[in-house]
Design a binder for this molecule. Structure first.
Ligand code: PAF
Length: 289
């Protein structure tokens, strides 16, 4: 089984002995989606680092951070089915990753990711992507990976991290991995465990709607359409939509109903919705031809 390292110093010492390393950053509470990321990562390098760290700075409210499920024993058991002794699980505590976090707020150093962090998820969760970018930059410094893998369910996160690397000249290749789905189409997520039976039965409608919407636009050819209608019909089924938007895949431009799609290659429908206690995210990439 992979070694569990808890300090940056130990991780760096291990890292110095490896040729190439791939990183899969997580916040724990792992499921098959994470395992599939690890399996893909193992194809790139014999030495995988899976980090497990619930990052306080990406939560909008401290109660959300405190109640985030911490399931280290189960996570390690799950990882032991994929990792071997050439790999490492990095489990730092808060002091290790934020050595000065108890200093006054105005002394805080964090990454500002600009406009891409203000839209979609960023508009609903103030400061979220700044927290994500900050922890990822720290992990990149400690782990020095050649590659890092991120799931496409958190599509905006993936694009933010690609932008971070491009803009700050960070020599890490970012790989976006396809979303793993239940048979119903529901994207696997740590949050699904909190869905009631009744919610689990209607939640797959969200992905089905993204897919259907993409099909309509593929058939209509050159105009964004029926997004507003789809939001209405999801809301009517108690899937309360925070946003459902059509963007180009680099998240440079949003398309509203009626906008021409001509001249753009590669679209993505991005959505977030709320069931009673659970907020679900999903993304659907498509091309017109
Ligand atoms: O996707 C996640 O689990 C987190 O946002 C990440 C990338 C591990 C950063 O804390």
């Amino acid at each position: 089984m992979a070694e569990v390292l808890r300090s940056c110093a130990l991780l760096r010492a291990w890292r110095d002995k490896q040729k190439s390393v791939v990183l899969v950053p997580t916040m724990g509470n792992l499921h098959q989606g994470h395992l599939s990321l690890c399996q893909q990562a193992k194809k790139y390098s014999g030495n995988l680092v899976v980090s497990i760290f619930v990052n306080p700075t990406q939560f909008e409210r401290s109660d959300q951070y405190r109640s985030y499920p911490r399931t280290l024993d189960a996570d390690l058991a799950l990882l032991s089915t994929v990792l071997d002794e050439t790999d490492v699980v990095f489990v730092p505590d808060e002091k290790e990753m934020y050595p000065h976090s108890k200093e006054i707020e105005s002394q805080k150093i964090e990454i500002n990711v600009g406009g891409i962090g203000q839209v979609l998820e960023g508009a609903f969760r103030a400061g979220h992507f700044s927290g994500v970018a900050t922890i990822i930059l720290k992990l990149f410094h400690v782990v020095s990976p050649h590659r890092a893998l991120f799931g496409k369910k958190d599509y905006q996160q993936l694009r933010v991290i690609e932008r971070l690397c491009a803009e700050l000249l960070i020599p890490v290749t970012i790989v976006g991995a396809e979303t793993v789905r239940a048979e119903s189409g529901l994207a696997l997520s740590s949050r699904n465990q909190f869905l009631s039976e009744q919610e689990s039965s209607i939640a797959p409608l969200f992905y089905a709607t993204l897919k259907k919407l993409a099909n309509v636009m593929q058939q209509d050819g050159d105009k964004a359409s029926t997004i507003a209608e789809s939001i209405k019909s999801l809301n009517a089924k108690n899937i309360s939509v925070d946003y459902l938007e059509l963007w180009d895949q680099q998240l440079m431009r949003r398309f509203d109903d009626g906008d021409s799609l001509a001249g753009t290659n590669g679209f993505v429908l991005l959505g977030a919705c709320r069931m009673e206690k659970v907020r679900l995210l999903d993304a659907y990439e498509f091309n017109l031809h």
